[in-house]
Design a protein around this ligand. Sequence first.
Ligand SMILES: [Fe+2]
Ligand SMILES: [Fe+2]
Length: 280
Amino acid sequence: MKVREIDIDFTEGKLHWTPEDPEFAQFWNATSTFLPYLEPFLNRTVRAGIDKLPEDATELREHCRIFIAQEGRHYKNHEKLNAFLRANGYPGLGAREAKMKADYQHYWDNKGHKYCMGYAEGFETLGPIIASYFLEAARELDKASVDDPTADLWRWHLAEEYEHRHVANYQFHAIYDSYWYRLWGICYSAPHMLGYMIRTGWYMVKEDWKSGRIKDPWKSRLRFAGMLARMFAYVIPRTIASLHPKYDPMHLPPPKKAMAVLEHAETRWARKPQPQPQVA
Ligand SMILES: [Fe+2]
Ligand SMILES: [Fe+2]
């Protein structure tokens, strides 16, 4: 595990970065829009949990710090992508994002740390599953026409979701050690996130019908439904397997290409050193 200083430039990016499957691109664009609210919430939760860990959890404490640094770099890059999305229209995004922001604030203010930790653990259980789906099973990404900063953003982000997959799980068990509450966390976090992703992705696709960016709404409906069906066929059995009492995220096999993706991100998108102000 390590922190990578990634700073992606979206100026040459395309809105439909999977040109033959614009619905796929819009689903992941929609997912990007709530991450600058979700990931700071995860970081607050994990940061507050560090003080609750047993004295001798030195390695886990260090991994929590790397987790926080990785998530921080994720949402900073998503903020840049989101600015590009807003510049392309989609006036309904603001209200949708505001609802998610308010939800996370409400959880933090009123629900208590165990609830927030359960949410974080639920999200982080889905993280490596979605990473494997994206990196090795999403056929929309196999096409030669896919070469875009946003594809790189998601590959890097999801490979790091795999890399830090154990942190929230180990922290949750070290502090609260409740199998049933962990399952409850998945029950309330997964519909909250996936509901947003699907509804907002669908909204963006419908806006594209109106603007003419997507030409044939019927074909578009079929592509959207096919994408979700294939994704859930991959994700559901693996999520069920993760409900086992002996589930240990460290035993999950790495997604193919995960290391190659991380190396590519560092080679292509490493943050450039900022010029130092000249002192006269
Ligand atoms: Fe992340
Ligand atoms: Fe994460």
